[in-house]
Design a protein around this ligand. Structure first.
Ligand code: NCD
Length: 296
């Protein structure tokens, strides 16, 4: 399909062919002027480091400009303005709107209100499609493909939208197996489990680590727990360190959408397995490819 003018709300709105086209563009895209004279609005109602700044960088590298905010408190929302009115204004100013919000469905609502394409930069605990694009792209580049690999997805699979989006995205491919590695209370919701098309099972990290080609680690999403006592029960319950990795395949890659808290020890950074900073850097070419396809 053509990306032009399309909203980017969920990774499953794309086909494998769409994504591979994006990956090919991203792997050759480090500059351009496709966004000259265009304005991207970045509406970040929730904290972000990489997502916001890589969208900014991607826009600047393509010759465009951006407007926006990184905290709703700095906007008229603090005076009582609604989300809808805010989106309507951004729509009048910009050629695309990138939305991050704590509530699931915020990006879809924005897309219903706005004429300009809306890109979901993470809303609620379910969707983060551009992160999934970066994750798949990273594996595609490092491993030469996404099919037939054994994946471990570790951490907060209940409230983590990066892990959820990654798992949904794997439905577009044919993984040999996916191991879901999570404390009981952080296992995925039924809806996500029911949607998985590949062979999967719950597992403990130590048992499956030697089999894995890719280990996708996530932090516990403290801010999304309905009950702080439940967070206290699970915090610090898993941690990867260099010593643990002596049982893994030489070619294992460790990914993480970042930010990390304490789930990957610093001594892993120096190992050949650590791919998370490269993964984060891939945010720029992927978002350049996406913006140039959607807007230009
Ligand atoms: C993730 C997010 O915001 O969902 N961060 C990101 O965009 N790379 C992951 C997280 O916050 O844990």
């Amino acid at each position: 399909m053509s990306f032009r003018g399309k909203d980017v709300l969920c990774i499953l709105d794309f086909t494998r062919n769409d994504l591979e086209r994006l990956f090919r563009i991203a792997s050759s895209k480090f500059e351009g002027d496709e966004l000259r004279g265009k304005v991207v609005a970045l509406a970040f109602f929730e904290p972000s480091t990489r997502t916001r700044m890589s969208f900014e960088t991607a826009t600047l590298r393509l010759g465009g400009g951006y407007i926006g905010f990184d905290a709703a408190q700095a906007t008229s929302i603090a005076k009582g303005e609604s989300f809808s009115d805010t989106v309507r204004m951004l729509d009048a100013y910009a050629d695309a709107i990138v939305v991050r919000h704590s509530l699931e469905g915020a990006a879809k609502l924005a897309a219903e209100l706005a004429e300009s394409p809306v890109i979901n930069a993470g809303d609620g605990s379910k969707r983060h499609p551009t992160q999934a694009m970066i994750d798949l792209y990273t594996i595609w580049r490092e491993k030469g493909g996404i099919d037939n690999k054994i994946y471990g997805v570790l951490g907060d699979l209940r409230y983590g939208r990066a892990a959820g989006s990654f798992l949904r995205a794997l439905n577009l491919y044919s993984p040999r197996k996916v191991y879901l590695i999570a404390p009981e209370s952080l296992r995925p919701k039924e809806e996500l489990l029911d949607s998985l098309k590949m062979p999967w099972e719950f597992a403990g990290l130590n048992e499956v680590l030697p089999e894995l080609d890719v280990l996708y680690v996530t932090r516990i999403q403290k801010e999304r727990f309905p009950d702080p006592a439940e967070y206290e029960r699970v915090k610090g319950s898993y941690r990867i360190d260099a010593n643990l990795l002596k049982d893994s395949k030489e070619s294992l890659i460790i990914m993480h959408p970042l930010p990390r808290v304490d789930e990957i020890a610093l001594d892993v950074d120096k190992t050949k397995h650590a791919l998370y900073f490269k993964q984060a850097a891939n945010g720029v070419p992927i978002r350049m490819a996406l913006l140039s396809e959607v807007i230009a």
